[in-house]
Design a protein around this ligand. Sequence first.
Ligand SMILES: [Zn+2]
Length: 330
Amino acid sequence: MLYNYGPIGNPNNAYIEGFVYAHVGDAVVKDIFAGTGRKHAEVVGLIEKSFKPQSFATGKLFTIRTKTEYHPEGVGRNVLAMIEGSDPKLKDEVIIVGGHLDHLGRACVLMPGANDNAAAVAVTLGVADAMAKCAVKPKRSILFLLFGAEEQAVAGSNYYVNTNPLVPLDKTVCYINMEAAGSGDKMNVMAGDNFPALKGFLDKANQSYIHRGLTSSPFANLGRPRQDVTWFLWKGVPGVTVGASGFDPGRPTYHNSYDNLDLITPEIMEDLAQLLFMAIMDMSDEPVLDFRQKSTPRLPGMNAGACSGLTLSGASHPRLKRRGFWPANG
Ligand SMILES: [Zn+2]
């Protein structure tokens, strides 16, 4: 399978025996379509319009050579810490906040992963530090959860959600995930459109204290999981991914060596930590907190559990409009 994304260090897909998955740039796509009488963009347009495959014989035979390694013995770690709620009843419910702590290591060159996802780890630690030092304790329990092996088929959060959740999922109020939280001057809440009540807490904290641009978008992870929050959503646990935006480095920085400190604007991380601290403290004190919207239809193509709160509005979906829109990816 060829994926037209451009060269990146690791497509964070799962290992499937006999299945070769590669990312290629426009030059290769052009070669494949040359002389076929069809254009790549038109074919993609038809798929997006019809949601149907547009297969045809290209008459081309080509060879791709790649050197990959598979390490099933590899071990990842999830790192977590919890502040127990102060209310004897509400403490059984948990609000989770975090992101993934792994990146790509050395894939030919060192991939620092400053924005993806060290920034989210730093913001999580900032919120945890403030909450641990705060004299006012949250009524609900707050779980700070940093996932390992997100870049390896989203394995750490898969393990947490599907094998070993610390708190039962039906007692999990929501998971606030962070991706690309370190670069820019604005904030975005992916899946905020699906959970307006949850997003409302972030809006309130922003309007009261932070005063940044704060946009929201629908759930944008179609197909295989690309973010830790996806496993939660597939199990019917409300969740969003908070990130930063607004800085254009003038070249791709996703899964390559340019995701480094040059990309980072510390002020947005500080503001995100404060925003999440306020919003989560606010959430934790609500007498009743239920972001699950049981009447909302399921997202097509999702097979696991209830997908409450998720809708898909066909071809108008931003994920389809803006292919490669990077906060959809982890
Ligand atoms: Zn990533």
